[in-house]
Structure formats: C-alpha cells, structure tokens
Design a protein around this ligand. Structure first.
Ligand SMILES: Nc1ncnc2c1ncn2[C@@H]1O[C@H](COP(=O)(O)OP(=O)(O)O)[C@@H](O)[C@H]1O
Ligand SMILES: Cc1ncc(COP(=O)(O)O)c(N)n1
Ligand SMILES: [Mg+2]
Length: 505
C-alpha cells in the first residue's frame, strides 16, 4: 500500500525508484526528491530504512507507563536522546503516575509474540532491551523468539517493583528469569531489591554486599552484571557495581537529592542498550550510561576563568596562563576570550585542552559553542544573553558540561530545566571584569544556592581576601569559587592559585 506523502519542505511528490526492488513495500523510503536528492525526503528515507542495517536500533520489550517517566516511554526518550532508533513491544499497560501504580493490564503472551515477530522479522534490530516482563509465559515467548532471531546483545532490566513500591511483576516470573532469560543475557541491571530477589532474598546493605551479589548473579548465566545502588541506604554517592566476570568496577556519581527517581533504572538500561547498538564495548556503554566521564560537582572547587586583557597586560599567552593555573591547583578552567580571532582562539583552546587533560582538569569554553565543538572541549559556560542552555544542550549532546550564569532563583530553576550541569552565581562582590554587573552579595548567593537543584560556583570579585568567607557561608549546593583577576591579574599565577587552593580546600 503506497501512502501519498509530500515533501515537508516544498510539498513536492517523491518519485519512486524502480531499481529499489527489495523495498517495494515502502515506496516512500526508496524515493528521492524530484528536485533535490539531498533534501528532507532523502534524510527521512535513510532514517526510516532499517533494512539498510546502518541505523543503530534498539527493540524495547517493556510496559507502558501512562505517566511517561518509566517503561516504554522512558526507553523511547532515552534512545532518541542517544540518537538510536527504538521499536517497541508492549507487554503491559499501567495506569501510573509519580505517586504510584493505580492499575495494570497484562497483554496476552500471543499478542506479545505477534509484536515481537512483526518487528524482528522485518527490521534489523541490534539490541533487545527488556523492562517489565509481567508473566512467565511472556518471558518464555520472548526467549523462544530471541532464539529464532539473532541479535548483537540482550540487555535485561529485571523490573519487579516500581520506585513507588508497587509490585509490577509477581514471583512466578522468577523461574523464567533463572532458567531461560538470564543464561542468554549480555547484561542484567538489577537494583538492590531486584538483586536480592534474584538471589532468593538475601538483603543488600553495602557496596561490599553489592559486589558479592554481582558475582553470584553472574553465576546465574548473564555475561555482565550491573547492580544499581540508587536505593542503597546511607550512601552519599550513587554507586553502581559492574562485574564482567573478571573485574569489578564501582561507578560512582554524586547523589542528586531528590525523590523523583522514578524511571532511572529504565533510562539507564536503555542508555546501555543504545550505546551497545552504536557499537560500544560493554564497559564503555556502561560507563557512558552511568555518566562516569562527565561532570563532577567537586571540580567547581577552584574554577579559573581566563581573561584576554589580563594576559595581554602581563605579556602571557592563554596557554601559559592556563598551565600555571592548573599547576597551582585550579580544578576546572574556563577560557573567556572575548576579543580573540576565531582561528587563534581555536588553536589556543586545543593547546589548553591538552594541558588541562594532562592534569585531569576539565576545560570549558565561554559562550563559543562552535569553538567548544571544534576542539572537543569538555563543555561550555553560557550567560543569560548567550545561546540558551537548552539549545546548547541540543547542540552539544548529553555528555558535555554546561554551566549557566544565574543571579536569581528563577534563572537557576530554568538552568536546571534546560539541562545545565551547574550554575555560576554572582557577582558576589563588585568587580571590574564585568561592566554594569549587578552585585548580589552573600545574601543573594545564599538565596540562589538554597533554591538551586544544580551545584553552584560563586563568582565576582572573589580572591584571597574573601574566598574563605564565601565558602564559610556553608550554603547548600555551593561547591566552590570562580576567580578571574585574583589569579590572572597577578604577577605569579602559580603562587596565587596555590594560595587560593589552600584557602578553599
Ligand atoms: N538520587 C540519585 N542520584 C544520582 N543517581 C541516582 C539516584 N538514584 C538513582 N541513581 C542512579 O540511577 C541509576 C538507576 O538506579 P536505581 O534507581 O537504583 O534503579 P531502579 O530505577 O531500577 O530502582 C543508577 O545508575 C543509580 O546510581
Ligand atoms: C511500566 C513500568 N516499567 C518499569 C517501571 C520501573 O521503573 P522504576 O523502578 O524506575 O519506577 C515502572 N515503574 N513502570
Ligand atoms: Mg530508580
């Protein structure tokens, strides 16, 4: 059946290409734009052409969450964010919201089998990711189908109880996991409660228990195990334990103080599936999904911001200034080069990136997203009148660090919504590096810190004389101080940075 589709840009009708015989069922996919072959139609044709095997493809076999936070909905969003195609086989429909699960309707296993067959017999699926498998028969049907259709990897999130505490999958399913599914699994990702159920009820109370559990679950057949520690009591960080049969890895990220963690497990498992579909190794898929390579708020402790006018005044190159700052103990560097030529700036940024990385220090670029992308910097810092953080996130992808300058709780809230990683808050004290900049004082800083969900670095007129009083404020989320003149408008950057580092740590 040929659907009449028109080009989105000019309304022209695509012309079918007769030589594209194997795909005749989908004439639109095999058509080129009558006027411009590289147009929207071609892009859509390529994106839609799963048979070409070129588009990374995850099949999510999971339940629907009407609230959109977990299940199929989380999987679709995660795969889209990681730029991977996601098809879906729905196993159950839940009436669910942030408060809990109000209703559950399990689909008949025959219909789950039909959905599996429709997708797997037609498209080239690289990775299958499972979430809620609510009946033993559904587990059996899935295993039977997977034996018929070879895939690159099987990711199993053994969903049993929702974050809200509602039972999503009864104990009868356990036999299917142990006997059939786990032995064919490439990675299983239980949370601590699920790990305990898989092991017959042993409680997990510490990271050491999680390691033992990972080893025991590995003995049940899956090639890799990730025990997630989001719900581990009394732990400051969120720690997940990964075991590949030989080595243990503790993947540690700062715990976000929130009760809104519904869907975290589904998101993590589909992220791993998406990275595997793109061709990553298991370890790097897991690391990049646990965001190990990303931002650590402790890096904000001593944040050095370069200034071209000061470097000129003291006859230093940007690279010389940056080297002295990181040697002295700067924990993150931002290049703020307002008047450099683009090409010179790019070359300098590449050199600075090498210097910073040799000290394990992240490098951010002020405002210039193009330069950050071109030199593959760790991220950007944007002001309220620069590129909006939401667009910066779209342009830079999920991995890069994004900071936003904020003076008010409202701006801090917006930065969080827009997907930023931290906020720079100030000017705390009067400064001459920014003309007409309103000073918010320690009170203003405290107000923003209290309201912020993101880590905060204080900025504006901070140096040796007042850095300690800023840190002593003890405001929640305040992770450090950002400094311009007190480092770069001085004769010896190295000494100043060392002294300041001693003061704030
Ligand atoms: N409050 C939190 N702060 C930071 N990371 C978290 C938090 N809660 C969970 N995570 C992370 O989210 C992922 C999912 O873990 P978890 O919530 O334990 O799984 P599930 O959603 O299956 O219960 C893990 O990487 C875990 O470390
Ligand atoms: C349909 C469905 N699938 C999975 C989960 C588990 O997600 P979480 O454990 O993060 O609440 C859920 N709540 N709903
Ligand atoms: Mg969770």
């Amino acid at each position: 059946m040929a659907t009449q589709l028109l080009c989105m840009c000019c309304g022209a009708q695509p012309q079918p290409q007769p030589q594209a015989a194997p795909f005749m069922r989908f004439p639109f996919w095999n058509s080129v734009h009558p006027k411009n072959p590289t147009s929207v139609v071609r892009v859509q044709a390529e994106a839609a052409d799963m048979n070409m095997n070129s588009i990374p493809h995850v099949l999510s076999v999971a339940g629907s969450d009407s609230g959109g936070g977990a299940g199929i909905q989380a999987d679709l969003k995660t795969c889209a964010a990681r730029r991977v195609y996601c098809s879906t086989v729905i196993t159950a429909v839940t009436a669910q919201n942030t408060a809990g699960v109000q209703g559950l309707n399990i689909l008949p296993e025959d219909f789950v089998a039909d959905q599996l067959h429709s997708v797997l017999s037609d498209m080239h699926v690289h990775v299958v990711k499972t979430g809620m498998l609510p009946s033993l028969n559904i587990v059996k049907v899935l295993c039977q189908t997977l034996r018929k259709f070879p895939i690159k990897a099987l990711v199993v999130d053994p969903v049993m109880i929702s974050t809200s505490g509602d039972v999503l999958v009864g104990p009868s399913v356990l036999a299917g996991f142990l006997e059939e599914l786990l032995p064919m699994t490439d990675i299983v990702t239980p949370n601590i409660k699920e790990a305990s159920v898989l092991l017959g009820g042993v409680p997990l109370k510490s990271v050491s228990d999680m390691r033992t559990a990972a080893k025991l679950i590995h003995d049940l057949g899956p090639r890799n195990v990730l025990v997630k520690g989001g719900d581990l009591p009394n732990s400051l960080d969120a720690i997940d334990v990964f075991f590949d049969g030989e080595e243990f890895y503790e993947l540690c990220s700062p715990r976000v103080n929130t009760r809104n963690s519904h869907g975290t497990g589904c998101t993590l498992a589909s992220c791993i599936a998406a990275e595997l579909a793109k061709g990553s190794s298991m370890l790097s898929a897991v690391k990049s999904s646990c965001r190990l390579n990303r931002f650590n708020p402790n890096d904000l402790l001593l944040y050095a911001v370069t200034d071209s006018a000061m470097n000129r005044k003291w006859g230093r190159s940007i690279a010389e200034a940056v080297k002295a700052a990181v040697e002295g103990g700067a924990t993150i560097v931002q290049l703020r080069e307002k008047d450099a030529e683009t090409r010179d700036f790019l070359e300098a940024a590449k050199v600075c990136l090498e210097i910073c990385h040799s000290y394990g220090v992240p490098l951010l670029i002020n405002d210039r997203i193009d330069v950050a992308l071109a030199c593959d910097a760790d991220g950007v810092h944007v002001g309220q009148s620069d590129m909006p953080a939401r667009l910066a996130r779209t342009l830079l992808g999920p991995e890069k660090i994004i900071g936003v300058s904020c003076k008010t709780p409202e701006q801090a809230h917006q930065a969080w919504i827009d997907g930023a990683d931290y906020i720079g808050c100030g000017g705390v004290y009067p400064t001459n590096t920014k003309a007409n900049n309103r000073t918010i004082g320690l009170e203003g800083l405290k107000e923003v810190c209290l309201a912020s969900t993101l880590p905060v670095v204080a900025i504006g007129g901070i140096g040796l004389s007042n850095a300690r009083e800023v840190m002593k404020l003890g405001a929640p989320n305040l992770n450090g101080v950002a400094v311009v003149s007190a480092l770069f408008d001085r004769e010896c950057i190295l000494t100043e940075t060392r002294n300041l580092h001693a003061l704030v740590s």
